[in-house]
Design a binder for this molecule. Sequence first.
Ligand SMILES: CC(C)(COP(=O)(O)OP(=O)(O)OC[C@H]1O[C@@H](n2cnc3c(N)ncnc32)[C@H](O)[C@@H]1OP(=O)(O)O)[C@@H](O)C(=O)NCCC(=O)NCCS
Length: 191
Amino acid sequence: MHDPLPHGGLIRKLWIGEAEIYRDHLLRLDPDSRRNRFAGTVSDEFVRDYAELSFGIDAIIHGFFVDGALCGAAELRPIGAPIAREAEAAFSIEKPWQSHGVGSVLLERTLLAARNRGLKFLHMACLADNKRMQQLARKYDAELSFDFASVIGEVAAARPTPLSVMREILADSHGFATAMLDVQSRLLKPV
Ligand SMILES: CC(C)(COP(=O)(O)OP(=O)(O)OC[C@H]1O[C@@H](n2cnc3c(N)ncnc32)[C@H](O)[C@@H]1OP(=O)(O)O)[C@@H](O)C(=O)NCCC(=O)NCCS
């Protein structure tokens, strides 16, 4: 797994209790990005309610942080009966950080998390004019086959292996360590 993030950026899973920073991140999306993220125009109130509800027990949200601020996120949420092995994935990157490779790393982490949970089908509500998301998905053709008419991607290697589980654990421990360093360096900054 390569990690070509912009300088100073880190990716880690969001923790319980971080619903507010997730809400604020979603509210900061510019109108076009918000429309693309929610596959249509939605109000601030909708976004607030959505962020509160999205911290359900099943959701896995990876966050992209810069200097402790959440600037991007990828949500993975199992849907339907567990036997169906289906999930919904959605990405949101704030405008200044778009086209810097962040979506690619977030999609890699999301695919790994999906694989390790045996999730096979990923649904993404992607508008037809969202070329960047389509390009991003195409980059992962080997791991994911997309049908943009019905917006369903199939994770090619849905079975977890000890190695894929280890990759997620390593990514998580790295995320935790760097998050702690980030907190420490902010605490040490002169006020
Ligand atoms: C769509 C989105 C997730 C893509 O993430 P990103 O970080 O901007 O994308 P990346 O920089 O990783 O680029 C991925 C690929 O998209 C393509 N791409 C990048 N910028 C592009 C642009 N301006 N126009 C068209 N394609 C573009 C490239 O092929 C790129 O891969 P490459 O750099 O290896 O060639 C992000 O832009 C975003 O959050 N947009 C708003 C919300 C949204 O559309 N969500 C998706 C619906 S769920």
